[in-house]
Design a protein around this ligand. Structure first.
Ligand code: SF4
Length: 237
C-alpha cells in the first residue's frame, strides 16, 4: 500500500522533464561547503534569483517505492546551468525520492514520513544557494550568491548536497533531482503536477483523520476517482 499513490503523477512529470534539452550531471562528492545555518544572501550579494519576482518557481518532492521510476541517484538539468545564467530565470526543482516502503509505516506514520521527506529542503544549506519558500503560494525560489558563483557553484554541487541531505533518512534508497531553468518550458503543466502531488498528500492526511466514509458527500471525491489506491487506503481503515 501507500507509495504507489504518486506513481502516475511521477510518470507525467518524467514525460515532461525528459526532453532533448535535458542532460545528466555528475553524481558524487563535490566538496562544496555548507554554511552552518540559514545564512542570508542579501540582494546586494546576489547574482540573480532562480524563480525571482513574478516568474515560475516550482519546488516539489514526490515519493515512490518503484525502482523503475527512480533507478539510482541522478541529477538532470533542463536548461542552463548556474554559471551560464545572467539574470532571474524561471525555475523548477522536482525531487523524486525512492523509499523502502516497509520502513515508512502506515497511517499517521506514513503521512509524517512524507512530510519529513518534503522538509528536507529546509535542512541543507549549500554555500551561495539560498532557498526561499512560500508554502502558502507553493513557491520555491533560490537566491544565488555572487561570491559562490565566482568560486564555481553549479547545480552539480547544490544537487549532490541535496541528495546527501535526503540520504540522512535511512528509508531513502535513491533520489532523482530535476532542475529546470529553460525559458520556454511547460511550467504551467509542471506546476499542475506539483499541485496534484500535494492534493494526494492532503487526501492521505484527511483519510487518516476521518472515519466517515461517504464518498458521495466527500469533497475529495475527484482526487480519489483519479488516484488508484486512495479509496483502498480509506476503506482499509
Ligand atoms: S475514499 Fe471516499 S470518503 Fe474517503 S477521502 Fe476518498 S472520496 Fe472521501
Amino acid at each position: 500500500m501507500g507509495m504507489k499513490l504518486y506513481d502516475e503523477v511521477i510518470k507525467k512529470c518524467q514525460d515532461l522533464l525528459e526532453t532533448e534539452e535535458s542532460h545528466g550531471l555528475f553524481i558524487g562528492e563535490t566538496r562544496w561547503p555548507e554554511v552552518s545555518d540559514r545564512s542570508m544572501i542579501l540582494r546586494s550579494d546576489m547574482a540573480y534569483e532562480l524563480g525571482g519576482e513574478g516568474l515560475p518557481a516550482i519546488g516539489c518532492t514526490i515519493i515512490t517505492a518503484n525502482q523503475e521510476l527512480v533507478t539510482s541517484d541522478k541529477i538532470t538539468l533542463v536548461g542552463k546551468d548556474l554559471p551560464e545564467i545572467r539574470k532571474d530565470v524561471p525555475y523548477g526543482r522536482i525531487a523524486l525520492v525512492r523509499v523502502n516502503e516497509e520502513t515508512l509505516g502506515e497511517g499517521q506514520v506514513l503521512y509524517q514520513a512524507i512530510r519529513a521527506l518534503e522538509y528536507t529542503r529546509y535542512h541543507f544549506y549549500p554555500e551561495g544557494f539560498m532557498m526561499r519558500v512560500s508554502a502558502f503560494k507553493q513557491k520555491e525560489s533560490v537566491r544565488i550568491g555572487k561570491a559562490a558563483l565566482a568560486k564555481g557553484l553549479d547545480f552539480t554541487k547544490a544537487g549532490n548536497r541535496m541528495i546527501s541531505a535526503f540520504h540522512k533518512n535511512p528509508s531513502v534508497k535513491a533520489v532523482h533531482i530535476y532542475y529546470v531553468t529553460q525559458e520556454d518550458f511547460g511550467y504551467k503543466l509542471l506546476g499542475a503536477y506539483a499541485k496534484e502531488a500535494e492534493s494526494i498528500t492532503q487526501t492521505i492526511d484527511h483519510i487518516l483523520k476521518t472515519s466517515i466514509m461517504d464518498c458521495g458527500a466527500c469533497s475529495l471525491q475527484k482526487v480519489c476517482d483519479e488516484v488508484e489506491g486512495l479509496r483502498e487506503l480509506h476503506f482499509a481503515r
